[in-house]
Ligand binder design. Structure first.
Ligand SMILES: NC(=O)c1ccc[n+]([C@@H]2O[C@H](COP(=O)([O-])OP(=O)(O)OC[C@H]3O[C@@H](n4cnc5c(N)ncnc54)[C@H](O)[C@@H]3O)[C@@H](O)[C@H]2O)c1
Length: 401
């Protein structure tokens, strides 16, 4: 039965996140019954030649190199911002002022100032909903962890260890926008710590109240400038063909680690790096509570490890839950395949698109969705960590406005 309600989407950005978001809009209505279905109206980005191929391949009806045109088109209902961090504020605020719903990639912005302006614009645009693509919340195993903590399965939380470890091939990766402070805001910190800060807030249901100490390190200070890398490329060795042997300064961190406290008193450690040789996308956490513990590692994303300390001692031990059983209530699993027919990275984005259109249609998401105000809490922690690293002192989050 065709649905009567649809909403036109304009997506800005057509590379890495452009593909994940396009895939999400393309598939979401096939797997989820939504109150409103997305229509892939316009894709906008900087490279017109590339867009001419990208648009028909991914199902976009129109393409443009003028994002303002897309944002101000009265036919568009949702604007999705999948561009580098320094343009999130300008594009999201323009879309909010044009009366659109806005979905923005993480981190909310490259700077606290930009992020604050986005929150203010969202407050003013009373009819607009805002969403931030903290997509790991929508991995079924992470969503289940959130539900288990909320149901009291861990009791009081004592420790959280969160780490997001990547390996970008040391000095081989050229000076992408991701290494340029003016464009990215920060390096591994905004890229990777942002995700694990959001996940810890989401799973524990507790805010981070204090950053107790931090270290920020740029190990590789010079990277090769490659003309074709002008901000478009994300990936090791990308754009090498047109290499010119000119070096430029990397102005972001390669690694940031910090200690923090949660509202309930738990002690936490966070670690983000692009130089964890051999760890390609090791994004995970361990949470230890008085009644049990949980462990997650994205490289085994269908699994959640659970230790139930309320069981009789002789049967206690870690159990690996394959979070694919819709019939047993595993979040999102019922919309996909039979038990143990596993899902992948892209499904988190489809699950997020489903929840965004549920919210726009007046329904509840499967698990809580971060809006701009929520993502600002993560941004405050990101900011406090850098302050703490540079000033060599603890920083209370409430001191950050
Ligand atoms: N949620 C996640 O897991 C995840 C993963 C990777 C990146 N991201 C975030 O997504 C965003 C984009 O990252 P990416 O890896 O897709 O980058 P990318 O370099 O692969 O793509 C950037 C795209 O933005 C376009 N663009 C750049 N400046 C523009 C401008 N001024 N106006 C219009 N279009 C412009 C480019 O043409 C390109 O299509 C960043 O905020 C990044 O932090 C999130």
């Amino acid at each position: 039965m065709p649905k009567s309600k649809t909403m036109n989407v304009a997506l800005i950005g057509s590379k890495f996140m452009g593909r994940t978001h396009s895939n999400a809009y393309l598939n979401v209505s096939k797997f989820f019954d939504l109150p409103i279905d997305p229509v892939m109206h316009t894709i906008a980005a900087r490279d017109g030649k590339d867009l001419a191929k990208f648009a028909p391949r991914w199902g976009w009806l129109n393409h443009t190199t003028n994002w303002k045109e897309a944002v101000n088109n009265p036919e568009i209902g949702l604007v999705d911002v999948g561009t580098p961090n320094h343009v999130h504020a300008e594009q999201s605020i323009a879309a909010l002022e044009a009366g659109k719903h806005v979905a923005c990639e993480k981190p909310l912005a490259g700077t606290l100032d930009d992020a604050r302006q986005m929150v203010q614009a969202a407050k003013k645009a009373k009819k607009s909903k805002t969403f931030v693509w903290y997509n790991y919340r929508r991995c079924p195993a992470v969503a289940l962890a959130h539900q288990l903590v909320k149901a009291g399965k861990l009791g009081r939380i004592f420790h959280v260890r969160a780490a997001y470890l990547q390996d970008w091939g040391g000095p081989d990766t050229p000076l992408l926008w991701r290494f340029q402070g003016k464009l990215a805001g920060s390096g591994a910190h905004g890229d990777l710590n942002a995700h694990i800060i959001d996940m810890v807030r989401f799973v524990t249901g507790e805010e981070i109240t204090e950053v107790v100490g931090a270290i920020e390190e740029t190990f590789i200070k010079q990277r090769e400038i490659i003309e074709s890398a002008g901000g478009e490329i994300s990936g090791k060795g990308a754009g090498k063909k047109k290499a010119k042997k000119k070096m430029g300064k990397s102005t972001v961190d390669d690694a940031v680690m910090f200690l923090a406290r949660l509202a309930g008193g738990a002690a936490c450690s966070f670690e983000a790096t692009r130089l964890a040789t051999g760890n390609k996308n090791a994004n995970g956490f361990e949470i230890n509570g008085e009644k049990g513990s949980l462990k997650f590692n994205f490289e085994r994303m269908n699994e959640l490890e659970y230790y139930d300390a309320t069981l009789e001692g002789r049967v206690q031990g870690w159990s690996t839950i394959n979070v694919t059983r819709g019939g047993d209530g595993h979040p999102y699993a019922g919309n996909w395949w039979p038990d143990s027919h596993i899902i992948g990275y892209e499904h988190g984005f489809v699950n997020q698109a489903a929840d965004m259109f549920s919210i726009i249609g007046g329904k509840k998401p499967v698990v809580p969705m971060p809006d701009f105000a929520d993502a600002y809490e993560t941004q405050k922690v990101l900011h406090a960590v850098i302050e703490s690293a540079r000033q060599h002192c603890p920083i209370k989050i409430r001191s950050i406005k």
